[in-house]
Write a protein that binds this ligand. Structure first.
Ligand SMILES: [Zn+2]
Length: 433
């Protein structure tokens, strides 16, 4: 006890010395960067303005005005994007940056936390360079995602802004457990919990070790052995306990759910988003609309899997079954006005292809291009509780800015080839010349 007190006193003392030493007579203004945008797309209205200049100071957007009105000052950096269309960085609310698309069961068993951390460093960079300046990472073993988020925030490695969930919380033998080995190996997923006290403990433990949100498995899944995507896993009561704890502690809850019953129960329990939603029915649609629950479809993965996936037999049939119904069900939910945020499940296919998801919404499901773009900007920011920080090019928000060759509202696929990426005022890619 004595030791703790002295340490605290020492820290206070050091803190005050540092504060005094650092006290400048005048605080220098953060360095300005002027982005000369040929065209600037407002993702709220779809309006395209010509020749606008975004003034970035430090990590923040300071102002936006017609280029003719913004002269460069001494010391400003000027970035010429006069040939491009500029818009806010995209947001993907369903990634697994620490994982790679390899479904050989033996490969899965060889993944250590160290390997997953290395995957995370590589994949965070690939994702950022693809124009995804923010992700919500919904599931990683060993809290590797917490360390990745912190390494990105400290500037150690490049990557998007991240909210992370830590281990997925699910039932014994469920989608979020490790079911590949027989009982003599005693493998259990990091987030397995059964019954109300156990799920409460797991929520609190995930928060203790750094989770920004809670991810649960409400139903079975596709890429897991021995479970049924349509079968509910957590009970309604378990999910109510999870949501009550998470919300009380200031965390949102994302629920993996394919089956109709699990979608409905998770929604009634008060989760903030339903991930996948493959078998959503009218009852689920009505409940989600009533509560304002977001649906996070992950549809491009089905196209990629059918063309390029190499799944073991115990995953393959489930992928065929889910793919056969998911798009038409999701389309009905979209048309009924359920709120949508873009998620991809990147890791199930290579990281960096995230914007292909929007192509599916527009060119396969008939969503308006502006609405599709909003799923990856303002809607996604709303779901993450980050509307004040990102999702639009507005004064006071992070300078998360990308640019493409033409207006994505004319061709959403242009987002698959991003030419310029700035995150929090730092340029990571500039192919404008
Ligand atoms: Zn996922």
């Amino acid at each position: 006890m004595q030791k703790t007190v002295s340490l605290a006193v020492a820290l206070c003392f050091l803190g005050s010395v540092a504060a005094n030493a650092a006290q400048p007579s005048t605080i220098p203004a953060p360095k300005r960067t002027l982005i000369r945008a040929g065209h600037l797309l407002d993702v709220k209205t779809g309006k395209l303005l010509d020749a606008e200049t975004i003034v970035v100071a430090g990590d923040t957007i300071q102002s936006i005005a017609p280029t003719a009105q913004v002269a460069a000052q001494l010391g400003d950096t000027v970035i010429d994007l006069s040939g491009l269309t500029v818009l806010p960085g995209l947001i993907d609310v369903h990634t697994h940056l620490t994982m790679n698309p390899n479904f050989d069961p033996y490969y899965e068993l060889t993944q250590t936390s160290a390997k997953e951390a290395i995957n995370g460093v590589v994949n965070a960079r690939a994702t950022l360079l693809a124009g995804i300046t923010t992700v919500r990472n919904v599931g990683a073993d060993g809290f590797v995602d917490v360390d990745l988020r912190d390494a990105i925030n400290s500037g150690q490695v490049p990557g998007p802004h991240m909210q992370v969930s830590g281990p997925l919380i699910g039932i014994t033998g469920g989608h979020c457990d490790d079911n590949l080995l027989p009982i003599q190996y005693h493998t259990v997923g990091d987030g397995v919990a059964d019954g109300i006290p156990a799920v409460q403990h797991m929520v609190r433990q995930n928060i203790k070790y750094g989770a920004d949100l809670i991810k649960i498995c409400a139903t079975g899944g596709v890429l897991s052995k021995g479970d049924d995507p349509q079968a509910s896993q957590f009970t309604l009561e378990e999910m109510q306990a999870i949501v009550a704890d998470a919300h009380r502690l200031g965390r949102k809850v994302a629920a993996h759910a394919h089956g109709a019953q699990g979608i409905l129960w998770a929604t009634e329990a008060g989760v903030d988003s339903i991930e996948h939603g493959s078998y959503i029915n009218d009852e689920g649609i009505a409940a989600m609309k009533k509560r304002g629950t977001y649906l996070v479809p992950t549809l491009y993965l089905e196209d990629w899997m059918i063309e390029k996936g190499n799944l073991p037999p115990f995953y393959h049939q489930k992928m065929i079954d889910v793919s056969a119904v998911a798009k038409s069900n999701i389309k009905r939910a979209m048309q009924a006005g359920v709120k949508i945020a873009m998620g991809t499940d990147a890791a199930v296919y290579p990281h960096g292809l995230n914007a292909h998801e929007l192509d599916v919404y527009v060119n396969q499901l008939g969503m308006a291009p502006l609405a599709a773009l909003q799923t990856a900007t303002i809607n996604a920011a709303d779901l993450m509780g980050w509307t004040a920080k990102t999702g639009a090019i507005e004064q006071g928000k992070w300078a998360d800015i990308i640019a493409v060759d033409k207006n994505p509202l004319d061709d959403i696929r242009v987002l698959q080839d991003v030419k310029f990426v700035m995150k929090a005022g730092v340029v990571y890619k500039n192919e404008s010349k």
